[in-house]
Write a protein that binds this ligand. Structure first.
Ligand code: SF4
Length: 248
């Protein structure tokens, strides 16, 4: 048992405290080995980088109204830069779209400290460590879920919408939303691009959930997910969250 396995929050830490605890987690032996091996061996084109090689926390303000949930960090993206969707092709697509609709300060996300700011949006993942072949096991997904539940609880006062990128994220996120206090409809809504479902909160606050194909190269290179499709989902989610954004 790792000393840094996910544990319930004590109610006093904010998002930054949670992010620090996530970054120290070593609960999944296979993922700890992989993320650290990738950080040691590196990709030749990033040989001069000191890889992050640790769990990658969520990125964005603590009072976000819109949450974007991916799958897991990329070995040479988030696992290198230490920031979600930063330094890889998936992130290029996501942050360009966020900038296009007025939710990000710049269209690129190259490294932590590059000045990128998100406006009312936070980006996270149900698995915080880079997995081999981008495929976490169900056990790893379940082991990491308490981190997402804690993040959702902290965001809850302001969170009004979420975009889930891909079926894996959808399957992983719905139980986390339920644990964090929202009511997930029965039967559970199925993932689809363009799927939309409302989760009721036990304090009267609702949350609009949006399904979107993942911004993986497999989807964006083949045209399964186009920039226009992604912008359309982001605009709908921003509207549901009450965030100002560009309509065109
Ligand atoms: S995937 Fe999650 S639970 Fe597993 S080691 Fe990484 S941060 Fe910890």
């Amino acid at each position: 048992m790792s000393a840094a396995a996910p544990t319930p929050e004590d109610g006093t830490e904010g998002i930054s405290g949670l992010d620090r605890r996530i970054a120290g987690c070593r609960a999944c032996p296979r993922l700890v080995d992989w993320r650290e091996e990738v950080a040691r061996t590196k990709r030749a084109s990033f040989a001069d980088w000191t890889y992050w090689g640790r769990p990658v926390p969520g990125f964005g303000p603590a009072d976000a109204r819109l949450l974007i949930v991916g799958l897991a960090p990329a070995a040479h993206g988030g696992n290198r830069t230490g920031r979600m969707f930063t330094g890889d092709r998936s992130g290029d697509v996501l942050y360009r779209a966020l900038h296009d609709v007025g939710l990000a300060s710049q269209p690129t996300s190259l490294r932590a400290g590059d000045g990128l700011r998100l406006y009312g949006v936070r980006v996270t993942a149900p698995v915080h460590c880079a997995p081999p072949a981008n495929r976490p096991t169900p056990e790893e997904r379940d082991t990491c879920r308490p981190w997402l539940v804690q993040e959702l609880r902290l965001l809850r006062p302001t969170l009004r919408a979420a975009v889930i990128l891909g079926a894996f994220g959808w399957q992983a996120a719905l139980p986390a939303f339920a644990e964090a206090g929202w009511t997930v409809p029965r039967p559970r809504p199925a993932f689809a691009h363009g799927a939309r479902s409302r989760l009721e909160g036990d304090d009267g606050s609702g949350l609009e959930l949006f399904g979107c194909f993942h911004v993986s190269q497999r989807n964006t290179f083949t045209g399964k997910l186009t920039p226009a499709m992604l912008r359309e989902v982001l605009r709908a989610a921003a509207s549901a969250a009450g965030l100002p954004h560009h309509e065109q």
